[in-house]
Design a protein around this ligand. Structure first.
Ligand SMILES: *[C@@H]1O[C@H](CO)[C@@H](O)[C@H](O)[C@H]1NC(C)=O
Ligand SMILES: *[C@@H]1O[C@H](CO)[C@@H](O)[C@H](O)[C@H]1NC(C)=O
Ligand SMILES: *[C@@H]1O[C@H](CO)[C@@H](O)[C@H](O)[C@H]1NC(C)=O
Length: 415
């Protein structure tokens, strides 16, 4: 299985089946450009800002509400930096769709992307599109895991987007219209209307927006326990406090990855080195391979000795502790738990404070949000999931081939 399939599998494994009934986020109001901090003058007029909803626990994912079509219809899309083509549930004879027909996307004749169009080749790259005829509809298929997949056809439609410069842009974007969602009881389909895919590859929304000249191929997200925000373009890159590190060049890896990394605990080396990590918002928790996971767990346990917490079983997650009375937030335990860090070449560090690896469960226990990746078949790849991306504005700057971050509370910038 490819790395992509494996992370997709992780994503499916951790989905909770929650059907969101209210559309409580919309695109941002037009904002006053003078209140922003453009970092550079570029040939792109603007940026796109999107409020984000969701949380790590108990929901397990973050999503945006996107408008598609004319007249526009709203769709909740799970944010996934681990894969390429966005897709929504299709109002066509559908096997496995979870939304009622009127809340799915209904393609018109002219929305279908044909095999001869370059975007079809990009969707299937590096393989050729599986087409008999250049004028056939372009199909797509996403493998989530054994027996779990989404298939359908690629369509193109307008995404009305309010740009930060005040213009409303209606770029036509290609995405998948999914009408074959296969899943099994243990691997439920995603609860959202679809998935917004944001990997490094050509068919990703950020690459398409940049091809259209709407916003530079820069993607950012900032998550907290109430939601957060995301953006395309350069306008929301913090002016100060950013740590940048070059993206490794690898044509085969569509993921945002960095490495090799070393694990520090409370600022001290742990002897765990050479980690290959990928950033994947499609994963709720962080997954470390067995060896690394075991060492990190050891460090945490050692550090907890003599502190007023006790290991306890909680069905939320495998490793949990209780205190003398129920905890209400991670703030209640941050004096007991240390800070982890991933240290990259050049001593560039991504700090993981207790908030970035612990959750407080409904029972008031504190649980480790770092899981054993070997147990779910991840091999040597380490996945930095939503939990560890909280409280950080993460920026994937495809235009300049670098990844950067800064710590902030991720409060939405506009009401
Ligand atoms: C935009 O911000 C500038 C500077 O803060 C202010 O002078 C101006 O009135 C604002 N415009 C609007 C429409 O809010
Ligand atoms: C805003 O940006 C878009 C796309 O980058 C551009 O087409 C448009 O002309 C810009 N509008 C203004 C008012 O600058
Ligand atoms: C992680 O999972 C693997 C595979 O199930 C298992 O062999 C290993 O003991 C686990 N590691 C730890 C530290 O629990």
């Amino acid at each position: 299985m490819s790395v992509q399939k494996l992370t997709l599998m992780i994503k499916v494994l951790i989905f909770h089946v929650v059907l969101c009934s209210s559309l409580h986020v919309c695109f941002a109001a037009i904002v006053n450009r003078s209140t922003l901090h453009p970092t550079a003058v570029n040939s792109f007029g603007s940026s796109v800002y999107l409020p984000v909803s969701g949380n790590v626990y108990p929901l397990g994912y973050y999503y945006v509400t996107a408008e598609i079509g004319n007249p526009p219809k709203q769709f909740q899309l799970d944010i996934d930096t681990g894969s390429d083509l966005a897709w929504v549930q299709c109002d066509a004879p559908c096997v496995g769709c979870t939304l009622p027909r009127d809340r799915r996307y209904k393609p018109e004749k002219n929305n279908y992307v044909l095999c001869k169009e370059p975007i079809c080749a990009a969707v299937h790259s590096p393989n050729p599109p599986p087409c008999k005829n250049p004028t056939d509809k372009c199909s797509f298929q996403v493998e989530y895991a054994d027996q779990v997949s989404v298939s359908g056809v690629v369509v193109s439609d307008t995404f009305p987007l309010r740009l930060v410069n005040g213009t409303i842009s209606r770029p036509p974007l290609a995405f998948g219209c999914g009408y074959g969602i296969r899943s099994s009881g243990t691997h439920p389909p995603p609860p959202t209307a679809g998935v917004i895919r944001l990997s490094r590859s050509k068919p990703s929304i950020s690459a398409q927006l940049s091809t259209m000249g709407v916003a530079e191929n820069i993607l950012g997200h900032c998550f907290n326990d109430k939601g957060g925000y995301m953006f395309f373009g350069a306008d929301f890159i913090p002016k100060s406090g950013m740590t940048w590190t070059p993206m490794p060049q690898s044509s085969s890896d569509k993921h945002y990855s960095l490495g090799p990394a070393e694990v520090l605990f409370n600022g001290k080396p742990t002897g765990i080195k050479g980690l290959h990590v990928i950033f994947d918002t499609g994963s709720t928790y962080t997954y470390l391979n067995s060896r690394v996971y075991g060492s990190v767990l050891n460090e945490i346990r050692k550090d907890l000795s003599g502190k007023p917490v006790q290991e306890v079983k909680d069905r939320a997650l495998p490793i949990c502790w209780k205190g003398s009375r129920p905890f209400r937030s991670v703030a209640d335990v941050q004096n007991y738990f240390g800070t982890l860090a991933l240290s990259f070449i050049g001593n560039i560090q991504l700090q993981l404070s207790p908030q970035a690896y612990l959750v407080i469960t409904e029972q008031g226990n504190v649980c480790l949000g770092i899981l054993n990746g070997t147990e779910v078949g991840l091999g040597t790849v380490n996945v930095i999931g939503d939990i560890s991306l909280q409280g950080t504005v993460m920026i994937y700057d495809n235009a300049n081939q670098r990844i950067g971050w800064a710590y902030e509370d991720c409060t939405p910038k506009f009401g």
